[in-house]
Write a protein that binds this ligand. Structure first.
Ligand code: FAD
Length: 445
């Protein structure tokens, strides 16, 4: 059976890889001249920069897959410092509690916020029937301090999103289900874990990883093992008696089945004829712009810089950036030994206007802010700027409408494995590819 897979990011490549293993004949069509999509590593003067994702939270199933690809030696686990996460409060980075062992001794949250967290287990208010934003959900279960200083920065860090626009059911479905089934998030999560254990599913704590030479090593390696045709922008797709006709900028392909693994806006462009409603909904999914700034400083100019995964900046702190990953604290091989690398994010749903500034203005504002927040002195040795015009699809109410319209497979033989459907993280995309392959096998029975 011939399967066409549209999009050569991690979703499309892993779908092709797992389907190939089951004996399907797959061809990946990728618009750009290279594979990887959001995964994009650049090496400059021996330094390694990630324009997209920086680290992946992997399970042993993902690690087995990486070993199978022959990349086990390349895998790079983040240093233990990555467990220390900081949030800006009163203009200073403060460390968050990392678990129950230091929850009471840590001073980040006020006594009343801690009390709200502990007593959440016992509060049984009835979940609302309406579609609820993350902010309203957390306000109902906890309080404003937790919304502003925990939820808001984490939502910026994961989705580049606005907690008042993202919906709990789509963005954090496990929390939504936990409350729905058990009346409390904490109680629900304890029970979800127990149930997974009983079913023999993995409950292991994920660890943060990258690759010694950056994340593009991963997508390039998968691409070597599947059939990928680059510089093939899909323009239209239609279904006839004998399968699908896929028209690209230069060729026409015939496939028995098609898997869509392209980003939302790219998909909207070729579905207009076949599924106009779905195309319109895909166009409506917000995906804000975001600038990624890499700054290198001499270690001697950053002696007071905290060590940890990074620092997130709540909106209420009113600073220029959404936060930074202190990249060389967790992956020291990214720079030359006497330097540090800070990767900073500017923009996202709550700060779109900042991405409209010139590159020069963004670089200068990032440096100014780092001077205050992590106390670097002196000028950066090097700075690099990359702009995503549409960074991450936002799981807002629009996405729920889109999912509803796709519920009953509107076109037989057309499948989806993309970051606008089953989670935005790279591991989510890999898991979707594994699930899709299982469903192909089910269909054979
Ligand atoms: C700045 C940034 C930081 C991130 N950080 C993290 C992180 O630290 N950890 C993490 O797990 N995740 C992170 N993510 C999220 C994650 O990287 C993405 O959600 C994931 O890589 C998406 O993979 P994908 O294959 O679904 O989509 P994409 O990577 O977007 O790939 C889709 C592909 O489809 C192609 N395409 C589009 N239209 C067409 C067409 N008409 N014809 C043919 N091809 C087409 C595109 O060119 C692209 O290559 C980050 C994302 C960004 C942008």
């Amino acid at each position: 059976m011939n399967i066409g897979i549209i999009g050569g990011g991690i979703s499309g490549l892993t779908t092709a890889y797992f389907l190939n293993k089951k004996g399907y004949n797959c061809t990946v069509l990728e618009k750009q001249s290279k594979v990887g999509g959001c995964i994009s590593t650049e090496k400059i003067d021996g330094r390694i920069f990630e324009n997209g994702p920086n680290s992946l939270l992997l399970t042993s199933q993902h690690i087995n897959f990486i070993n199978e690809l022959g990349l086990g030696e390349e895998l790079l686990q983040a240093l233990d410092t990555n467990k220390d996460r900081f949030v800006l409060k009163g203009g200073k980075y403060q460390i968050l509690p990392s678990g129950p062992h230091n929850f009471f001794t840590n001073h980040f949250f006020s006594f009343s916020a801690k009390l709200k967290i502990i007593t959440e287990f016992f509060r049984r208010n009835k979940p609302t029937e309406k579609i609820e934003s993350l902010y309203d959900f957390f306000l109902r279960r906890f309080n404003k301090e937790i919304c502003d200083y925990a939820l808001d920065p984490f939502v910026s860090g994961i989705y580049a999103g606005d907690p008042k626009k993202l919906v709990i059911k789509a963005a954090f479905p496990a929390l939504y289900e936990a409350e729905k089934d058990y009346g409390s998030i904490i109680k629900g999560m304890i029970n979800q874990r127990k149930n997974s254990k009983a079913e023999g599913a993995s409950t292991e704590r994920r660890k943060a990883y990258s690759f010694k030479n950056g994340l593009s090593v991963f997508t390039n390696k998968i691409a070597e093992q599947v059939d990928v045709k680059t510089s093939q922008e899909v323009k239209n797709i239609s279904k006839g008696e004998s399968g699908f006709e896929v028209v690209t900028s230069t060729e026409t392909f015939q496939f028995d089945k098609v898997v869509i693994a392209s980003n939302a806006i790219g998909t909207a462009s070729f579905l207009k004829e076949m599924l106009p409603d779905v195309a319109q909904r895909l166009e409506n999914i917000p995906a804000p712009p975001m600038c990624v700034v890499h700054s290198i400083y001499k270690k001697s100019d950053a002696q007071n810089a905290p060590q940890g995964f990074g620092g997130l900046n709540p909106k209420v702190e009113n600073v220029f950036t959404s936060g930074s990953i202190w990249t060389s604290s967790i992956f020291p091989n990214r720079t030359n030994g006497d330097e540090i690398l800070i990767t900073t994010f500017v923009g996202g749903m709550q700060n779109i206007e900042k991405t409209e500034l010139s590159e020069k203005e963004v670089l200068a504002s990032v440096h100014d802010e780092l001077t205050n927040t992590i106390e670097v002195s002196g000028e950066p040795v090097f700075q690099k700027y990359y702009k995503w015009n549409r960074a991450i699809p936002q799981y807002t109410e629009e996405v729920l409408e889109l999912w509803d319209s796709l519920e009953n497979n509107p076109i037989e033989g057309l499948f989806i494995s993309a970051n606008w459907k089953g989670g935005i993280s790279v591991p989510n995309c890999i898991d979707q590819a594994i699930e899709l392959t299982k469903s192909f096998e089910e269909l054979k029975k």
